[in-house]
Design a protein. Sequence first.
Length: 741
Amino acid sequence: MSKASPSISNLNAGELSPMLGARVDFAKYPSGASILENFLPTVQGPLVRRGGMRFVKEVKDSAKKVLLQPFEFSIDQAYMLEFGDLYVRFYTWDSVTKVRGILESGPGVPLEVVTPYTEADLYNADGTPRLRFTQSGDFLYITHSLYQPRTLKRTSAVAFVMDLYEATGGPWKILNDTATTVYASAETGSVTLISSVGIFSAGMVGGLFYLESKNVNAIPAWEVSKVITAGDRRRSDGKTYEALNGATTGTNRPVHDEGALLDGDVGVQWQFRDPGYGYVKITAYTNTTTVSATVIDRLPSQVVAVGNATTRWAFGEWSTVNGWPSDVAFFRERLWFGRKQSVWGSVAADFTDFHPKNKGQVTSDMAISVTLVSGKINDVQWMSGDEELICGTAGGEFTIGELTNGDPIGPGNVQVKLISGYGSRAILPIKNGASLMFIQRAGLKAREVSYDSLNFKYSGSDTTILAEHITRSGLTQMAFAQEPTPIVWCIRADGALIGFTWSNEQEVRGWHRHPIGGAGVVESVGVMPAAEGDRNELWLVVKRTINGATKRYVEYMERPWRTGDTQASSFYVDSGLSYNGVAVTSISGLSHLEGMTVDVLTNGAPHPQRVVTAGAITLQAAATIVHVGLPCPCKYRSMRLEAGGADGTSQGKTKRTHKVVMRFLDTGGGRYGADESLLDTLQLRTSAMPMDQAVPLFSGDKVLPWPDAYNTDAYLMFKNDQPTAATLVGIYPQVVTQDSR
């Protein structure tokens, strides 16, 4: 028989897979957990109980799903957006009171902006979001493959408007290479387009159409010392000019692309007309050969009238019939859109301009159009700006960047590279330092990629390799809270909330599960700066059955208790609310939890559970600070202890844990033991403490006689099912192991 006192001084490896149940040789084995619920593994090592979820408001219609999206104008003005069936609502916090709530357009009237997106448009069949967002200042750009892109604009701290996103100058499909001709009825204004065969459809209304001169040589070239009559047209530098006066041409060949200039001291004044091409926006459908349109860029005369019908035409890439962009991102001062295998970047520093050339000249700041080519045809699932623009498709991951270093990315200096063939799910990736995390196509693996400067290539790793069980139903959404502990928050397809503590700097990676009070199903998550400015705040939409009815609530996660807080401010309930005022024995305003059994904390002390009746509960004694909400206990169970034996390992040998020292920080209660069927209560109250006051939070070591029998497992469990703080810093068991099996 051997005695051992193993040390568990680091608890941040997260919940480990049952597949690792025998890997006592693995360095992270003692730091991991076989069960980890509602605890946050910290970068420093301890486990901190997560804060509760504070109730904000029921969604507009609990019968329908919604999607959350943050809008961060600044750290002082941030919003959480609720996209629902044909609307968007706005949540924010008061800069003085710090209270979170919904923006109102009038007393009791939530501010709403109409959108074209129905409930069915919000999510893909696999549960991933179908809407895509990217933000610049006051503008939130929104894409959906079935709708023309929108911009949601913040016009003041309490006002928003939604407009159609109108691209100019493109992008264009490949120039027609058939004998089909098209001509226009005029150069400017409202025109009619007529095709020689049926090429138009009703779904093209709202799309762009490009026309190029049938024959540039039909207009004479500009020459020196030629007599010109006012109204004559000449061709120079690929552009068309019209004489504003009659005179003899000078020696300065016109090359300008706007206004009017003389070609000599006393020569002809030439008005720029067109670069040999122009484009229109289709406004109405007549039949397959005829549509109405509005000229955006003046059309050349050589496409006007039947005699100038041209084969040099192209449809715009985007329309209802051709499809709208499905993805959007910012990169290198350009706005990028993606759809299927195509990616388009705007003109540099002009987020609506997609001209491929400027008055006939291709320059480095013009719009970019590329195709993601590989052995398989797979659609773009996401785009993210980094050192290069990284694009995830269903079949692989690509980068778009400069072909030649030192020169800006542009039409003549762009390359596409395939960096991996894992395939991506339609979930926007998370950027953390120099790394990017994306979800692999099946939704089961969260893969990290970063640039390897030594080998000049991207490399990746599977972050779920140690906890493959935790994503088993597939991930559907992610959001990243950078402060105070970097955590990627994820939703599984079954509505479970899981987290991933992720610090490459300190080599910390740990997955953890977070069961939501009231058997809550999480349907959407988002992160925005907290009102206090000291952290990032997780917001959720949680679906529950309340009093027999389906309810969807917007809630946010409170921060854990920390030094300097009053004990009475501890908030460890879900869908909870607080009362702070004169002493009362009844707490009302709880109709959102009607019929539910709730946890209660009064003046910092746990109170017996209550059932909400008629929207209220009654307390045993009057209290001034009360928190009420659904229970959300935290739970930790170690891996099987490896205490060693006289002849090697202790695994598979009969052993017994006699005593355990648990080191706590700011902990208000809990239970401990080998499993949930045999837990003893952590005794924190002493005879010197007044019975009518809350037991102060405890920091230090507790020497605990361990409730366990002889067995071959030797698990260590700690659980706190009271609404109080708990931080587990270290565990030091004393174990006796039999020498033989």
